[in-house]
Ligand binder design. Structure first.
Ligand SMILES: C[S@@+](CC[C@H](N)C(=O)[O-])C[C@H]1O[C@@H](n2cnc3c(N)ncnc32)[C@H](O)[C@@H]1O
Length: 212
């Protein structure tokens, strides 16, 4: 999963297609948020892009269907029972019928409305690029199973790691910023997890160290 803004998402997609293979592309998720309007002679930018790739497109990959609440208009017309598609003898779709079984909701689409972390939110750490836990929760719940190992190589304030800790996934986070790592440590400790740490030298120095 790669998270980028709309200025770079198309370049990033071409790059990822080249690296992973275009057949491995699985979804482009639009994360739509509300924020204080910017002074701009343009439409307000209120979305980011998440690109999802899978390793083996021909084999069943990890995916758990999540649901959104039914739309008000759907509930008004159909109630909250699960709907069944009705196909006539000619194979044409007819008005669907509603069953007594409660509907789990609408299968989650690829446009997600999730608020950014508000200045007064309890989860706010003060890290400048912090992502909302609700965004990571969806990704982790839909794309991994309990007990899986999740890697966030640019973990920032540790949102992915905190969500994984809560949802029973193991996680590895990497960041070059000491502040990011300190916030991540604090966040994990607040959840009763003691982080295990390893330090890596920057690539150049590592190369030199190996050569020496
Ligand atoms: C967009 S932020 C991640 C925010 C995170 N998802 C959160 O909720 O706080 C990107 C992070 O990548 C880190 N970073 C950028 N370049 C890096 C590099 N070459 N190696 C490791 N970390 C890097 C930055 O320090 C920053 O914390």
């Amino acid at each position: 999963m790669l998270h980028v803004d709309p200025k770079t998402s198309h370049y990033a997609k071409v790059l990822c297609d080249e690296i992973f293979g275009s057949r491995c592309f699985a979804s482009e998720i639009i994360w739509r948020y509300r924020r204080w309007p910017a002074k701009t002679n343009n439409f307000q930018r209120v979305h980011d892009v998440l690109l999802r790739y899978v390793r083996e497109p021909d084999r069943p990959h990890r995916f758990r269907q999540l649901y959104e609440p039914l739309a008000e208009s759907t509930r008004a017309t159909w109630g909250s029972g699960r709907q069944r598609a009705v196909i006539d003898a000619n194979g044409r779709r007819r008005r669907s019928s509603t069953t007594a079984e409660p509907s789990p909701g609408t299968p989650l689409g690829d446009v997600w409305d999730i608020s950014i972390v508000a200045p007064v939110a309890r989860e706010r750490t003060g890290y400048p690029t912090q992502k909302p836990e609700a965004l990571l929760e969806r990704l982790v719940e839909a794309c991994t199973y309990p007990g899986d190992l999740v890697l966030d190589p640019y973990c920032g304030s540790g949102t992915t790691l905190a969500v994984c800790a809560r949802l029973g996934r193991d996680a590895i986070g990497i960041d070059r910023s000491p502040l990011a790592l300190e916030i991540t440590r604090e966040r994990l400790r607040a959840l009763g997890r003691e982080p295990q740490e390893e330090r890596f030298l920057p690539a150049e120095r590592t190369k030199r160290a190996r050569v020496a």
